[in-house]
Ligand binder design. Structure first.
Ligand SMILES: Cc1cc2nc3c(=O)[nH]c(=O)nc-3n(C[C@H](O)[C@H](O)[C@H](O)COP(=O)(O)OP(=O)(O)OC[C@H]3O[C@@H](n4cnc5c(N)ncnc54)[C@H](O)[C@@H]3O)c2cc1C
Length: 288
């Protein structure tokens, strides 16, 4: 099913993001966790794609499995790092051949060790170019999602400039946006207001990640630059040697964050599950 059809029937969607397991043990763990999450009947699920195609084969196999064996509505992530135009077209045809009707189209990050993003000679410098190609060549066969950044993309000088670039993605054919993780709802609502002023009318689905360990915090910050509100940071700092307490604080915070988002009019929640189920199950069951 196309996500645009799901939107037409539902004011809100609840979706789960997974990454392809790296080895056999993680695959077993993944199966157990997905089993728990499926009981919650998500609107759709998405599968990430490693930069430069590093998870290419595993992403392709997993989206095929979830879509065709489990019968879920799947959105395949796809990045154009290092990919030529013909490779992109070949990969998108593969998704089509596996009945995938939804794509999250991204530029991707520069490969490890490279300071800046450098497209190959016949490739793409920005996600908007990838979106324009797929949207044009496949004649709207896919619902297309794109990424957005309530606290600005790390490479953008200002949020305003980033939003101008974001508009290119929706003009090129992105049907909806999923927001990078954030912990301060004010950042999301201010961002949506600015996005609307810039003439972007589509859904902006907040992306939520539950904090489940103290060690994750640094990684989240490096990934997204997301601000951790003072009160939350203090609580986490005070409990940093108590993993159970950190988990409790993280889950309770995510529950309140999701409630605040939904009460404020957000069109659902996209959960970055990190392939774990217990925190997401508790949050989802509490908020719905
Ligand atoms: C919901 C979501 C899912 C993600 N999934 C994955 C995944 O599966 N795999 C993965 O590797 N990464 C993933 N990412 C991370 C993403 O690849 C990185 O954030 C990447 O650095 C930017 O990708 P983008 O598609 O937003 O790029 P773009 O939209 O191209 O933007 C990148 C930067 O370029 C600027 N820019 C854009 N267009 C122009 C233009 N025309 N001229 C000048 N500047 C411009 C923007 O302001 C921004 O600073 C995801 C991110 C999000 C939010």
């Amino acid at each position: 099913m196309k996500i645009s059809d799901i939107f037409a029937q539902n004011e809100r969607t609840f979706s789960f993001e997974f990454f392809p397991p790296k080895d056999e043990i993680s695959a077993i763990d993944f199966g157990v966790n997905v089993g728990q999450l499926m009981k919650l009947s998500p609107s759709f699920v998405s599968v990430t794609y490693g930069a430069g195609g590093s998870t290419g084969g595993r992403t392709f196999a997993l989206v095929d499995y979830l879509q065709n064996k489990i019968g879920l509505t799947v959105m395949a992530h796809y990045t154009c790092v290092g990919a030529s135009r013909s490779k992109v077209l070949e990969d998108i045809r593969y998704f089509r051949s596996k009945n995938i009707e939804n794509l999250m189209l991204l530029r991707g990050d520069p490969p490890k060790g490279a300071a800046d993003f450098a497209p190959p000679p016949d490739g793409f410098a920005h996600a908007s170019e990838l979106i324009a190609l797929v949207s044009g060549e496949f004649n709207r066969l896919f619902t297309i999602g794109a990424g957005c950044y309530p606290e600005k993309h790390p490479e953008a000088e200002t949020l305003e400039q980033d939003i101008l670039q974001l508009k290119k993605k929706t003009d090129a054919g992105a049907d909806f946006l999923i927001a990078q993780l954030f912990f301060d709802n004010r950042a999301y609502f201010d961002f949506v207001e600015k996005v609307r002023k810039a003439g972007i009318g589509c859904r902006v689905i907040p992306g939520i990640i539950p904090i489940t360990s103290y060690a994750q915090l640094n990684r989240f910050f490096k990934l997204s630059g997301a601000t951790i509100p003072g009160g939350l940071a203090d609580k986490l700092e005070a409990a940093k040697d108590n993993p159970d307490r950190i988990l409790r604080i993280g889950v309770d915070y995510a529950i309140e964050q999701c409630r605040g988002l939904l009460e404020g009019g957000a069109p659902g929640i996209h959960f970055y599950t990190l392939n774990k189920s217990s925190a997401t199950v508790e949050i989802f069951e509490t908020i719905r």
